[in-house]
Design a protein around this ligand. Structure first.
Ligand SMILES: [Zn+2]
Ligand SMILES: [Zn+2]
Length: 160
């Protein structure tokens, strides 16, 4: 059992998911529950492919198509979040708390970060000319420290 699996917050989320499925009239199949639970335990905002590979160890009858379609259904019902990336692959997460994303342009890793000031600040007035906002979140792009370090290593190797 991984560290995150024991997290009571995850158990809470899974219970909440079950209740929501009931309330929404969404059939709670074994596969759906496994897919949601696995995404809950993932901290890396996996793509459908990555999630599928992880689940395959437990459910050998699973297909990538099922994982993808299930994630899209969850997304439609607002049970999970899809992160808009510049990659072709969609990335998914179960949001445990309000946070924003840092996407590394080199390794495509998605990092969570908090930005309380942004969360608490009011939206600009001129947005009402465009439409009503239901959700706001920030994506920042850059190079993560791990990639920066690797790059510096390379540069140093060239130099010396
Ligand atoms: Zn990186
Ligand atoms: Zn996130």
């Amino acid at each position: 059992m991984s560290k995150k699996e024991k997290d009571p917050k995850i158990q809470e989320k899974i219970t909440e998911f079950k209740n929501l499925c009931n309330a929404l009239g969404l059939k709670l199949t074994h596969q759906r529950l496994e897919i949601f639970s696995e995404l809950c335990r993932s901290v890396d905002h996996p793509s459908a492919e990555i999630l599928y590979k992880r689940l395959l160890k437990r459910i050998s009858t699973l297909s990538l198509d099922t994982v993808y379609r299930t994630l899209m259904t969850f997304k439609e019902y607002g049970l999970i979040d899809k992160i808009e990336t510049t990659e072709n692959q969609s990335r998914f997460e179960v949001k445990m708390s309000t946070h924003h994303h840092f996407i590394c342009k080199n390794c495509n890793k998605i990092y969570d970060f908090d930005w309380k000031d942004f969360d608490e600040s009011a939206l600009p007035d001129n947005l009402s000319n465009i439409g009503g906002v239901i959700h706001k979140s920030v994506i920042v792009y850059g190079y993560c420290n791990a990639c920066d370090e690797k790059k510096n290593e390379k540069v140093n190797k060239l130099r010396f």
